[in-house]
Write a protein that binds this ligand. Structure first.
Ligand SMILES: Nc1ncnc2c1ncn2[C@@H]1O[C@H](COP(=O)(O)OP(=O)(O)OP(=O)(O)O)[C@@H](O)[C@H]1O
Ligand SMILES: Nc1nc2c(c(=O)[nH]1)N=C(CO)CN2
Length: 171
């Protein structure tokens, strides 16, 4: 999958529901953009969200980050996973609690069904905690093969989320 790639817009989803959640999100932003290769475009507002799926667990803080890059998608995944590991993420329970989760939602219009990196993210279209902050920073966004983010958001029901205007990510 590696090789030269054109510049394209990438969409990353950040989530935390263990420990100091805001510190985890801000540290993730710092680490993602610390190394060269990823140019920040926008940081969404921060939302407090009820857990979707998995065991009973604490509420999450979620946000979306957009950036431009020429990095191949698999290198981007390595960056995302190394940021998760640096923040102490232990992979145990599926959809369970985590200090930091970095999901790659989209890499331009690329599509992949490789289980190591599925693009667009296979569950993004049904997650208000991804769609709401993404639409905040890019109201015209679309998920390849699924449709407009705002239409998808309107179709998702019953996922509680509250915008936390007292919290702000910075780059
Ligand atoms: N678009 C993607 N973004 C991040 N990881 C992905 C993606 N597609 C496939 N994966 C793979 O999914 C594996 C599990 O990821 P992770 O532990 O973050 O899942 P999760 O956050 O618990 O659940 P979900 O995938 O529903 O968000 C990773 O090892 C990774 O290789
Ligand atoms: N509210 C919320 N729920 C989740 C989240 C998340 O980030 N926020 N992440 C999950 C696995 O990626 C599963 N469920």
């Amino acid at each position: 999958m590696s090789g030269l790639a054109a510049q394209r817009r990438v969409v990353l989803s950040l989530g935390s529901n263990v420990g100091n959640r805001m510190t985890a999100l801000q540290s993730a932003v710092d680490a993602l953009f610390d190394a060269p290769g990823l140019e920040p475009v926008a940081l969404s507002p921060v939302y407090e969200t009820a857990p979707v799926g998995g065991p009973e667990q604490e509420p999450f803080l979620n946000a979306v980050v957009t950036a431009d890059t020429t990095m191949p998608a698999d290198v981007l995944l390595e960056r995302a996973q190394s940021v998760e590991e640096a923040l102490g993420r232990v992979r145990d329970v599926r959809w369970g609690p985590r200090t930091l989760d970095v999901d790659i939602i989209a890499v331009g219009g690329e599509r992949s069904d490789d289980p190591r990196l599925t693009l667009p993210h296979p569950r993004a279209h049904e997650r208000a905690f991804v769609l709401r902050p993404w639409a905040d920073v890019d109201p015209g966004a679309e998920i390849a093969g699924r449709g407009a983010v705002l239409d998808l958001l309107a179709a998702v029901g019953g996922q509680e989320l509250n915008r936390r205007d007292d919290l702000e990510l910075r780059v």
